[in-house]
Design a protein around this ligand. Sequence first.
Ligand code: MLT
Length: 407
Amino acid sequence: MIRINEHFTKLKASYLFADIAKRVNAYVAANPDKPIIRLGIGDVTEPLPPVAIAALHAATDEMAHRTTFKGYGPEQGYAFLREAIAQHDFQALGAKIEADEIFVSDGSKCDVANIQEIFAADTRLAIPDPVYPVYVDTNVMAGRTGANIDGRYEGITYLESTAANGYVPAPPANATDLIYLCFPNNPTGAVATREQLTAWVAYARKHNAVILYDAAYEAYVRTPGIPRSIYEIEGAREVAIEFRSYSKLAGFTGLRCAYTVVPKTLKARDAAGNEHTLHALWNRRHTTKFNGVSYPVQKAAAAVYTEAGKKQTRDLTDFYLGNAKLIREAVTKLGFTCIGGDNAPYIWVNTGRDSWEFFDLLLNQAQVVCTPGAGFGKCGEGHVRISAFNSRENVVAALARIAATLK
Ligand code: MLT
């Protein structure tokens, strides 16, 4: 009989956000008269920027005529988008990234999940705790960990992010090969300074390691001097892959577009000691398993880089940051300590009690959905993450309900 990949049996039964959705759906089914407000999963609520809508319409019209119709595009993305990305997202920051080092895709979740395929099975992992669960789960599926013992997988170096280190872990004392970093952070909302990222790049260079830098929330950075890209750090081109997304920048969660940067200067060895560029490996993987993002969606993404697009996406992220400010103020007034929300759409609240219990309390008493910190790792226990992605009206109503419940 055919056998399964048994590494899957090491995983928790379901993915965190699927688990939460199940609980919320059960509550809604049992309480149809009690409308809930979702501040759980980081899904945007506001419409696409007008420049993206106009680009989608125009590109759809092009698809309607034989002369302008497009079939398969380049798997790595159209040149018009890759060039705009290189220029506006990197070269404008002084980061030396070229258009042909960019791989356009349909989402950072897929990219950050799939990238581990190009590394050896015995790659030593360094993964933050708390963390976006995709980094851990995909490595468990690939067999790079042992069993889950007391909430932690054997074989992972956990980088604890706690109040003690300002939620930004320093490089570990031991050597590791593949390091996952995410700034602005999901779930804590913390940001890393130039000095902190410089220490990580130095660590990776010393150990010939690779940093997987998830910058999906980069558009929320407002504090001057906080790096938006790992490539702003000297020497990062030799040790880092960066992931970016249009989801939280331009409201593309339902449209789907993202990209991954793999510099051509990033190299690793095979077991025999021969050097390979990771760009060539990822290109091989990408062209084999992916057929490109649709033309209209890439046109919509490119529109984000026009002057009007930059203004509209700034307004959008400012709007969610306005929600975040209200959430921070409200939870602080209730006596909780929290971080995040100033350079990120997430607020990480220290509840001082069991995080699933707190989640249930808010769901049952306030009809507000948050995300229990324990779902992001052991260090998340005692915390919840509140997302700023919702309408102003819903955020204000949710905060009033939370205050009434907790007073
Ligand atoms: C989250 O809530 O953590 C995000 O929505 C996850 C994602 O972007 O996939």
